[in-house]
Design a protein around this ligand. Structure first.
Ligand SMILES: [Zn+2]
Length: 233
């Protein structure tokens, strides 16, 4: 009798843990935080989003985007902005949208307290405003990780969490062809694509992706166009 209920308890506990862990890592589930993962739209438009910059590679990304007259959204890390302030200013000057991607993109993001998470977001905000003279409503969770502490931090800093529904896996896949295929295969109206302006590899993928978008007559949007400003009544 005792043994039987122990196993039931254990199975329930493991199932619950699995759901929580899965929910923490799959941004599309919106388990803890309602992240925006796509735009509801009837037209063929998609969003290019670049995380973890600015880096030494970012200027090349900006060059090719400019060549194609495409605006993107850059979720920047505070410490990277401090390393590449001029590149950050160039992203803004060229009309792209900026989002907050925390101060340090800590590997232990999923284990930080609410106050530490708030500090990560607010310090990044301070750097964004000091270097770029702008503010942003948008936040993207490092590694796509959300949990109750992060959810609270997002609410207290009044951010809108922006996820994705097309994941390129460009930081862990070696083959440019595979990354390109994964992105183009999953594309739908309103898709938000997750990329990183952190390597030559992703730059090469972007070159081909921009040609693909042109050929398939996709236009692009930035994440600020998803959130409609409240009407004054
Ligand atoms: Zn990141």
């Amino acid at each position: 009798m005792f043994q039987g209920s122990f196993w039931v308890y254990l199975v329930c506990f493991l199932a619950f843990s699995a759901v929580v862990v899965w929910g923490s890592f799959d941004i599309q589930l919106g388990y803890f935080v309602n992240s925006i993962t796509h735009k509801r739209t009837r037209i063929k438009e998609i969003a290019l989003t670049f995380d973890d910059g600015p880096t030494e590679f970012t200027p090349k990304f900006l060059d090719i985007l400019k060549e194609h007259q495409v605006k993107a959204t850059f979720f920047c890390i505070g410490k990277q902005i401090e390393k590449y302030p001029e590149t950050f200013q160039r992203i803004i000057a060229e009309g792209h949208t900026i989002g907050n991607h925390t101060l340090s993109h800590s590997n232990s993001t999923g284990f930080l307290s609410t106050s530490k998470m708030i500090e990560e977001i607010e310090t990044c905000d301070a750097i964004i405003s000091k270097v770029g003279n702008i503010t942003t409503d948008f936040y993207r969770p490092p590694f796509g990780v959300t949990n109750p502490n992060i959810a609270k931090a997002i609410r207290r800093t009044h951010k809108k969490s922006i996820g994705w529904n097309v994941r390129s896996l460009d930081t862990i896949t070696d083959s440019e062809k595979k990354i390109y295929n994964r992105v183009t295969k999953g594309l739908k109206k309103g898709s938000i694509i997750l990329l990183h302006d952190t390597s030559e590899k992703t730059y090469n993928v972007l070159v081909n992706l921009l040609l693909f978008l042109k050929e398939k007559k996709y236009s692009t949007f930035t994440v600020d166009s998803i959130i409609s400003k409240p009407q004054k009544s």
